[in-house]
Design a protein around this ligand. Structure first.
Ligand code: GLN
Length: 486
């Protein structure tokens, strides 16, 4: 087995037994990148020199006998909407094509302190708006499990890099499903953490009340370890929760005896592929055999959630993206007649179609005369969705549903039909609307394409999600394999 095929836990053990060095791990990752990147196109920026320097430092510290974090020396790819000091951060937008941040996101400071190695920054839908990675202004990323298909989005670059063995772990961000849906389509594990558990400081804002950074990897334990490294209170983020977190990697159990699993019936009706439903239910039955119990529950507002999500997220996006005006950051048009003309041209040239669509929709639903009819109603629905979840969690500890209504679609297939693209989020968005944690893990495949099982818990129940997912992973025979890509 090559180094790039191993999990972070395995590599960490090898490093400590001196069976390999951090520099060798980094080198092996770059060799793999050189071998497959022209097929996958996951990376927007490679930071080879910086990564090797980080790895050398880890080797020196290990040689000096220092006790390092379990993530020291592990290659972690970072979604390109997370601010990295001195390394270009584009949000896959022309607007920020040459933007080099003068500061690190909170999570990057944490990961650097842990001694991770960052091979580079990975592709996404522009400003994280999309479900296929095709809205990137720079390149289309392919799904390593089938190169004719999308990797999902918006964290498609993160998922593809991990599935292809071009990174051991990755950070994504999830506003309406952007970690879980690509994890599902690429056959890896991804966690959207509880809102407020991971600081958003330095995450370029899309919809601030929904955005959350989270970990992606090929095993539950790896993902738990990365989550432990990035969660925690941050005074720089006013929505950051003040609480203590256990070391999720260390406390990981695989016991589901007595766990109450809820199956919300709305996720098993029309609109979700029958084969996907069967695989999800089969996985749940395997957990039942291990001692979990199953009950049916109902989340009646699921159907209207898509409209609420696109109203709330676009409203917030229209406000957040107002800062890209040709003055403060990034792109400015070449020729203009006056200030207003400069703003208009800069924004017309700097943003892609999907981003413009969201800004227009968001501005519309916030305008006086329409605010009550759309935004206010969407916010009322948000309350209702949160209440339905709370009622559901009186009957169960964790809900299990499909992550995506379909497997990876073909590149180009949904590009002319935004509504069809939006429907890809039907199984993931209510989680963000209610601020809950949810994890996606592979549960089999249909016609060779991975299918994801989504586990949703009450706020701050990550430990339960890891436990249920780890049991499922064990029953499936262990962590996900790297895609072969011949
Ligand atoms: N696909 C959803 C959207 O386009 C979710 C994006 C995300 O979670 N960042 O809004």
């Amino acid at each position: 087995m090559k180094l790039y095929e191993k999990t972070a836990v395995e590599l960490g053990a090898m490093l400590r037994r001196k069976e390999c060095s951090a520099v060798e791990i980094a080198q092996d990752t770059f060799d793999r990148i050189d071998q497959v990147e022209d097929k996958v196109h996951a990376y927007l920026t490679l930071s080879r020199q910086e990564a090797l320097a980080q790895a050398e430092k880890v080797d020196e510290r290990l040689a000096a006998g220092e006790e390092l974090s379990p993530l020291a020396g592990i290659p972690v790819a970072v979604k390109d909407n997370i601010s990295t000091k001195g390394v270009r951060t584009t949000c896959a937008s022309r607007m920020l094509e040459n933007y080099i941040p003068p500061f690190n996101a909170f999570v990057m400071d944490k990961l650097e302190a842990a001694g991770i190695v960052m091979p580079g920054k990975v592709n996404l839908d522009e400003f994280a708006m999309g479900s296929s990675c095709e809205n990137s202004a720079f390149q289309k990323t392919a799904n390593p499990r089938d190169l004719t298909r999308v990797p999902g989005g918006s964290s498609g670059g993160s998922a593809a890099a991990v599935a292809a063995g071009e990174a051991v772990l990755a950070l994504g961000s999830d506003t309406g499903g952007s970690i879980r849906q690509p994890a599902s389509l690429c056959g890896i594990v991804g966690l959207k953490p509880t809102y407020g558990s991971v600081s958003r400081y330095g995450l370029v804002a899309f919809a601030s009340s929904l955005d959350q950074i989270g970990p992606m990897g090929r095993s539950v334990e790896d993902v738990a370890m990365l989550y432990s490294a990035i969660c925690g209170h941050d005074p720089m983020d006013a929505t950051s929760a003040r609480r203590e977190y256990p070391d999720f990697g260390k406390t990981l159990s695989r016991q589901v005896k007595g766990l109450r699993i809820g199956l919300p019936k709305e996720y098993f009706g029309d609109g979700v592929d029958d084969g996907i439903k069967e695989l999800v239910l089969a996985a749940v039955r395997r957990l039942e055999k291990e001692g979990a119990s199953i009950c049916e529950i109902s989340l009646p507002s699921t159907d209207s959630a898509l409209s609420a999500y696109y109203i709330i997220s676009s409203a917030e996006a229209s406000s957040n993206l107002a800062r890209f005006d040709g003055v403060k950051y990034g792109y400015r048009t070449k020729e203009y007649e006056n200030l207003i003309d400069m703003y208009e041209r800069t924004r017309s040239e700097g943003f892609g179609d999907e981003v413009k669509r969201r800004i227009m929709l968001g501005t519309f639903v916030l305008s006086s005369g329409y605010y009550d009819a759309y935004y206010k109603k969407a916010k009322a629905l948000q309350m209702q969705i949160a209440q339905e979840y709370a009622a559901g969690f009186e009957q169960c500890d964790v809900m299990m549903v499909p992550t995506s209504p379909c497997t990876a679609f073909r590149l180009g297939e949904n590009m002319d039909d935004p509504l069809k693209m939006y429907a890809a989020d039907i199984c993931t968005i209510t989680v963000n609307i209610a601020g809950l944690p949810a994890l996606s893990i592979p549960c089999g495949s249909l016609e060779g394409l991975p299918v994801g099982l989504q586990m949703i818990g009450p706020r701050f129940s990550e430990e339960t999600l890891f436990r249920a997912a780890a049991c499922h992973e064990m029953l499936q025979g262990g962590p996900c394999a790297v895609a072969e890509l011949h």
